[in-house]
Write a new protein. Sequence first.
Length: 114
Amino acid sequence: MFCPKCGDEFIPRVKECPDCNVSLIEKVPKTETNSNPEYVELVTVLVTRDMGELMIAKSLLEAEGIYCFAKGEKIQNLFGYGSLGAGYNLLVGPVQLQVADADANDARAILGKS
């Protein structure tokens, strides 16, 4: 069972979404986000080995409605000795914060990068 408003899934015996207060339906509701994926060209706006700087940058961009992707963030501790010493994994390299090409100039301005 699915909520037609928020899209959350529930077990069959639940009949109403507790958050939206609407009756559930049996199939996943069609939305633009899950029916037609769109290709987006990503541009790197920040390269950092400091995880604190990365978190602050992501927070600033997301607060302005700019979606971002931290390339290499999840694999920093996967290989070798993690981020010991250099602040980033020497095998993987620093993390690259990327945004859609259309948002690149705004993102650079927010982050103080030119």
